[in-house]
Design a binder for this molecule. Structure first.
Ligand code: SF4
Ligand code: SF4
Length: 402
């Protein structure tokens, strides 16, 4: 289907999505080998809720790579949905993804992105008195330009408490973006209070999808699973992120989590329509794609997942439960600091760790003057020690990490 024969952008969006939804496979470039084509027979598809789009259950998150070759390989393998964000490398990740997709036709893949809301209090999970929509709209427009004039799926990230989802100025902005046809589908992303955010997003009645932090280590997985089932039943498309649960059991990266088992655990929930594991290497990509041959967990994989019953206190995975905040004498935004720690020590994505810590902290020794640490962590973390390690990132100019 050629763009030139379409009347306008809205027609293009409607038509191209109908095309994508109906296709068994993406119209990939001729670079796909016979092996790639054969491997596509093993892909497992699910419908992304009421959007009607059929997607392989494995999509990818692009935030951990700056290698366009990896994106090309994913598309060659049959991946349809690429998850990026405006705040990954200040738009550079979006541009890299968009350039690869445009090589084979902008409508050959779906690009999901998000922009940082202004005045969002990460610690409380709500908008605060500094909330303004204009910077967010500008960021969305920048994303739109980078991605070729439209966004396939646009997300409002960091939604947590119901109050944040129903914050009227942002609800109106998101609804307008969809009505104007600038994004074909809209949704929320949530890293904490996931069940509350998902249910609120359904009740808001404007959202098509929810991107949800969901994995076998989350203490709230029962509540989140119930909310996911509820939302899926109401026609919401469910996309899982943070599926690798920190990638390592230990901070020293000597004990990797069984990534196949972790991703299968997520995909065994049929209300999860696709997942966006971050990929850094061709090997990881290959493994993620290949596991669609058999989504069942074998005994060894089940055993590997049960290691979470004996969590290591020096691991990089934080529950994002927020139980530490009221215990801290300085009321630090510890969950955001620990998320930054996880990006640095678990995923070795220092650029994203640097960006994330900037939302919580500008100094390098926030615990200075505190006589002792009063925080007991749900994961048994040495909170003060981990903060001391990650806060050093604030001494590193961000251009060194790009
Ligand atoms: S640091 Fe510990 S208590 Fe705080 S959010 Fe993470 S897991 Fe929960
Ligand atoms: S040592 Fe740091 S984390 Fe612990 S209570 Fe004091 S300021 Fe909070």
């Amino acid at each position: 289907m050629k763009r030139s024969i379409l009347k306008n952008r809205r027609d293009f969006l409607k038509t191209s999505f109908a095309g994508v939804a109906g296709m068994t496979l993406l119209s990939c470039s001729s670079s796909g080998s016979e092996k790639d084509e054969a491997a596509k027979d093993d892909l497992v598809y699910r419908k992304l809720g009421g959007t009607g789009i059929e997607l392989p259950v494995v999509s990818i998150g692009t935030g951990d790579t700056s290698d366009p070759g990896l994106i090309r390989a994913a598309l060659d393998a049959g991946v349809k949905l690429l998850a990026t964000s405006q705040y990954y490398g200040e738009g550079r990740n979006e541009s890299m993804v968009a350039d690869v997709v445009k090589e084979r036709g902008r409508d050959s893949a779906l690009i999901m992105t998000s922009a940082m809301p202004e005045g969002f209090n990460h610690k409380e999970g709500i908008f605060d008195e500094n909330a303004r929509v204009e910077p967010f709209i500008n960021r969305f427009e920048e994303s739109t330009a980078r991605l070729g004039g439209y966004v396939d799926i646009f997300l409002l990230p960091f939604m947590a408490k119901r109050e944040s989802v129903f914050y009227a100025p942002y609800l109106n902005v998101m609804e307008n973006i969809k009505k104007q046809g600038k994004a074909r589908f809209i949704g929320i992303a949530t890293h904490s209070h996931e069940d509350e955010a998902i249910r609120a997003a359904v009740e808001a009645r404007i959202y098509d999808v929810a991107l949800v932090a969901y994995n076998f280590r989350k203490n709230n997985r029962k509540e989140t699973s119930e909310a996911i089932a509820y939302a899926s039943g109401k026609g919401m498309g469910i996309i899982a992120m943070k599926t690798m649960a920190g990638a390592y059991w230990d901070e020293g990266r000597k004990e990797p989590i069984n990534s196949d088992a972790a991703l299968k655990w997520v995909l065994q929930n049929e209300h999860v329509h696709t997942a966006v594991p971050g990929v850094m290497t061709f090997e990881e990509l290959q493994k993620d794609i290949a596991l669609m041959k058999d989504l069942s967990l074998n005994d060894a994989e089940k055993s590997d997942l049960r290691l979470s019953l004996n969590e290591k206190p020096d691991g990089p995975f934080c529950q994002q439960c927020g139980k530490c905040i009221p215990q801290c004498r300085k009321s630090l935004d510890i969950p955001t600091l620990m998320r930054s720690h996880m990006y640095a020590y678990g995923y070795r994505n220092l650029s994203h760790a640097h960006e994330t810590i900037s939302w919580a902290l500008a100094e390098t020794d926030p615990c200075r003057g505190c006589p002792s640490c009063s925080v007991t962590c749900a994961m048994g973390f040495d909170i003060r020690g981990k903060i001391a390690k990650i806060a050093r990132l604030n001494n590193v100019p961000k251009e060194f990490l790009a």
